[in-house]
Design a protein around this ligand. Structure first.
Ligand SMILES: NC(=O)c1ccc[n+]([C@@H]2O[C@H](COP(=O)([O-])OP(=O)(O)OC[C@H]3O[C@@H](n4cnc5c(N)ncnc54)[C@H](OP(=O)(O)O)[C@@H]3O)[C@@H](O)[C@H]2O)c1
Length: 293
């Protein structure tokens, strides 16, 4: 079956394209090759490739930037998804789209389930929630909510020479360089390794459970401080890690404090997400191998 991957130049897009290439005929399209905010281009690309599955990894992820440029966030995270869903519906393709933990307000004390009501605190979060709703416009769809993605820092630079990475990748950079790292003691997350999210995506496509919304994050949860400590231990470094709180930073967009998500529904569909500590250990092994000696 043919799979079109939109946003294939990003950290998840590159990983999904690589992982799905084992079993599928994958057509990865970067932003330069397909801008999902261009409805006509989306329709033309989907008509041309005629995929059985469209995986959308394209996103506007600048959480603070979205407060100042809400139109840019809405165009990519909401209207771009609407265009892909419409194109998927037109040819009966399955749409896979990725959501975020930020749709919740973070006031819970137990991991969120798919039925818990969202309450986005920021423009970015609202744009991503709209994207989830628009994804339903495809005749058959999966929305996988992921969070605190990492792994881009272990990928080779893309064709444009840019090195990918997220918060945890940058923390790994700092730890390996012996720089002090600041990490939140009051934000709880379920860090999600791009390799595991890509494997879960492949498993869902193969098992074809009921369509809909699935949480898909590293199992378990911890504060960013604890995650940073674990990463440092796995990297074999002993840096200074300074605990900070959200209130100490003047971030443009509010962040939810407790963002653990439950993978129970995904597990019932046949895929157990590895624990975040296991994922960090695998990631650290690669980063240690890649680190200059
Ligand atoms: N990173 C996280 O911690 C996190 C957390 C929760 C949810 N997610 C979700 O997980 C998914 C994958 O995220 P990621 O971390 O892989 O993001 P990423 O590394 O930033 O990749 C996003 C990709 O989308 C591309 N893009 C942006 N606008 C586009 C457009 N109009 N048309 C086509 N492509 C476009 C970007 O290209 P350029 O680089 O050229 O702009 C980039 O290659 C997204 O849905 C994201 O919202 C991520």
């Amino acid at each position: 079956m043919r799979v079109l991957v939109a946003g294939a130049g990003g950290q998840l897009g590159r990983t999904v394209a690589r992982v799905l290439a084992d079993g599928y005929d994958v057509m990865p399209l970067t932003r330069a090759e397909l801008d999902i905010t261009d409805d006509a281009a989306v329709r033309a690309a989907v008509a041309d490739v005629h995929p059985g599955v469209i995986v959308n990894c394209a996103a506007y992820n600048a959480v603070d930037g979205a407060e100042d440029d809400p139109v840019a966030a809405l165009e990519v995270n909401a209207l771009g998804v609407r265009a892909l869903a419409g194109a998927a519906a037109a040819i009966g393709a399955t749409l896979v789209h990725y959501g975020t933990d930020f749709v919740f307000d973070g006031t819970a004390s137990e991991p969120y389930g798919e039925d818990d009501p969202p309450n986005p605190l920021s423009v970015y979060a609202a744009s991503k929630l709209l994207g989830e709703w628009f994804a339903r416009g495809a005749r058959h769809y999966y929305v996988l909510r992921v969070e605190s993605l990492f792994g881009g820092g272990a990928l080779a630079p893309g064709a444009d020479g840019r090195r990918l990475g997220s918060s945890l990748d940058r923390i790994a950079d700092a730890l390996l360089a012996g720089r002090e790292v600041r990490a939140f003691t009051d934000r709880v997350v379920s860090p999600s390794y791009v390799d595991d999210v890509a494997a879960a995506t492949g498993s869902l496509l193969r098992a074809a459970p009921a369509q809909g919304l699935y949480h898909c994050v590293g199992s378990g949860h911890a504060t960013w401080f604890e995650v940073t400590q674990e990463l440092a231990a796995r990297l074999g470094v002993q840096p200074a890690i300074r605990g900070i709180t959200l209130d100490e930073l003047e971030l443009r967009a509010p962040r939810p404090r407790f963002c653990a998500l439950s993978n129970r529904k995904l597990a019932a569909a046949g895929f157990e997400m590895p624990h975040w500590r296991d994922a960090v250990a695998r990631y650290a092994r690669i980063r240690r191998r890649l680190a200059p000696r």
